[in-house]
Design a protein around this ligand. Structure first.
Ligand code: ASP
Length: 590
């Protein structure tokens, strides 16, 4: 297994994959779609074994053990499809049995060195996990991070901020009982995480435990004994995995950007949690707030209250905010938000404390550490970011009128026609209609119609009966304005239709050069499965003198140097066919 510091997943040149049973470019097939997931084992109970001092992680053991569990590794598929040879991968890569959605989830287990009990984790370990995600981002469709439960909520919160412009699914999971024990929760947690990370684009840092997928920065560990160890008190689960996997798409947070994924690893460690309690002394508060502390989560009573009959305490807090220490107010209660209904809460605003809404203390601490680690921000900018919802970590009260489902004339009309009136029925009508309407609007370039659908709460990333999203359609049409709008609404560039094609593949096929550039800027890239036999396709274009087709592939990030099935390059083919302009173009970009 690779060392955590230098993880590189092995992969052979694509041209050597000709024996693959998988479909060639654009060719529909009943063969399952293969997807790649990276499992990053950081430690935790899931992979622990008993030692004389108690349970501790054991290195280089997990992949071998998983390979012997039939629900976690299909030996027959790996052998029959020559998976290891075909993909040029090692035995730390395993494959799940065929999923209900006809997908083959191929996952590679890599591990942190040394493996840690999560009680020993520090922000530099968060940085190493983030770095690993960055290095392996392009080669995988999704990510699962195995982690101890003790500090999983902190790591999940931290990664949610560190992963900027995220477009793929990242899931942290672990277990209460080691996977090597007869009765354990590790197998189910790992399987559920792999099935979700491999099959759904939920572009968030999530946490999966006991059949539920949560937003990572909304959870807290609430139980040391039950398999149901986590709670997300202020946000319902993003998905539940029971008889079927049901995704709550409306709740999924999207990056709303045309920027590429990158990780920010410079977290500021001069942050802390200060829990108010009856009779807390001035000395304790003063000592806690001393330099070099730069950010504090103040855990207050109820809806954000602290004693307003303690001028000594308030003076210490004011002195700290005057020194530019950022103080965020979060409630000690498990559920609910800080608000300004009591005088004992308002007084904190007067001394410069920032209301933290319904953030968990874990998320608030990670947010402070992230914002304080960002270079070049003024104090006001930092305060503003702390009050804003950056990754779905808090509910911000909406000012002004949001158009509700009931306000929409269009939906109202249809609802009347169908004789439905209750909220649930209206939502069902909207959800059934949105994919088809949004795809139609994308086809004719009607941004206003898309805006109207979005304002009703319609999910502009949902696919039609063929799994084609509005972004696929706009990419085919070359509709740049629509592509831009959809990306800014959080549409995912990684959506695959039932043929396995992404919007980037569609844009290349239809030679939509501007759309290709924008999708690339947003981080779109091809998977190895999409590029099966690409050399042969390039040679075909060169043979036909199709310079535009070659230009589209080049813009999409594909090297024009790849060989066709017979070993010839596009340059060679263009030259022998006398296509001087094509040869000159291929040469100029190679
Ligand atoms: N102490 C362990 C850890 O956090 C507990 C667990 O994994 O459940 O690593």
């Amino acid at each position: 297994m690779a060392d955590f510091g230098q993880i590189r997943v092995l992969g052979r040149a694509l041209s050597s994959a000709e024996s693959s049973p998988l479909p060639a470019i654009g060719a529909p097939s009943r063969s399952p779609i293969e997807v790649r997931v990276l499992v990053v084992n950081t430690g935790g109970t899931i992979g622990m074994v008993p030692h004389s001092e108690g349970l501790a992680p054991e290195a280089k053991k997990l992949a071998g053990a998983l390979s012997k569990i039939p629900i976690l590794h299909d030996v027959a598929y790996a052998t029959e499809t020559k998976m290891y040879h075909r993909l040029g991968i090692g035995y730390d890569t395993l494959v799940l049995p065929l999923s209900k959605e006809n997908k083959r989830i191929i996952y590679t287990v890599t591990e942190l060195s040394p493996l840690l009990d999560s009680a020993n984790m520090t922000p530099s370990d968060w940085g190493r996990i983030a770095q690993c995600l960055q290095e392996n981002y392009q080669q995988h469709d999704g990510f699962v991070i195995l982690h101890g439960t003790d500090t999983m909520a902190y790591t999940a919160s931290a990664l949610s901020f560190m992963c900027e412009n995220l477009g793929k699914t990242i899931i942290l999971t672990g277990s209460q009982v080691p996977i090597y024990e007869l009765m354990n929760d590790g197998r189910a947690n790992l399987l559920g995480s792999l099935l979700i990370a491999g099959q759904f684009v939920i572009p968030e840092v999530c946490l999966y435990f006991y059949h539920k997928l949560y937003r990572g920065n909304r959870v807290t560990k609430v139980d040391t004994e039950s398999f149901n160890a986590f709670s997300s008190p202020n946000l319902p689960p993003l998905a539940t995995a029971e008889v079927d996997i049901a995704i709550n798409w409306e709740a999924v947070w999207r990056a709303n950007t045309t920027k590429k994924f990158e990780v920010h690893t410079n977290m500021n460690s001069n942050v802390g949690l200060l829990r108010i309690f009856p009779g807390i002394t001035t000395e304790a508060v003063r000592a806690f707030l001393q330099s070099p502390l730069e950010g504090v989560v103040l855990e207050t009573y109820g809806s954000g209250n602290a004693p307003n009959n303690r001028p000594d305490l308030l003076a210490e807090i004011k002195a700290a905010t005057d020194r530019d220490v950022l103080i965020l107010n979060c409630t000690q209660c498990l559920r609910g938000s800080v608000s300004l209904i009591y005088a004992t809460g308002k007084i904190l605003i007067d001394v410069g404390v920032i209301p933290g809404g319904d953030m968990t203390p874990e998320a608030a601490l990670a947010k402070l550490s992230y914002i304080l680690g960002k270079p070049g921000l003024s104090l006001n900018e930092k305060r503003k970011m702390l009050s804003e919802n950056l990754r779905g970590e808090m509910n911000v009260m909406l000012i002004g009128n949001r158009i509700t489902l009931k306000d929409s004339k269009f939906i109202q009309g249809i609802a009347k026609f169908l004789s439905v009136s209750c909220k649930e029925e209206l939502e069902a009508v909207r959800d059934a209609l949105t994919p088809a309407l949004a795809c139609a609007a994308a086809k004719i370039g009607d941004v206003d119609a898309l805006k109207a659908l979005q304002s009703m709460g319609g999910n502009l990333s949902s696919g039609d009966y063929d799994g084609r999203t509005p972004l696929h359609v706009a990419a085919c049409e070359g509709n740049l304005e629509v592509v831009h709008y959809l990306l800014e609404c959080g549409a995912t560039v990684y959506a695959k239709d039932r043929f396995g094609a992404t919007p980037l593949m569609n844009a290349v096929k239809f030679r939509r050069l501007e759309v290709i550039s924008l999708l690339r800027k947003t981080g779109a890239h091809f998977t190895s499965q999409e590029l099966m036999n690409i050399g042969t396709e390039l040679c075909r274009l060169a043979f036909n003198g199709d310079i535009e087709g070659l230009r589209a592939w080049h813009l999409s990030g594909v090297s024009l140097k790849q060989h066709g099935y017979d070993g010839k390059t596009p340059l060679y083919v263009a030259k022998t066919k006398g296509h001087v302009d094509v040869a000159a173009f291929v040469k100029s970009v190679s």
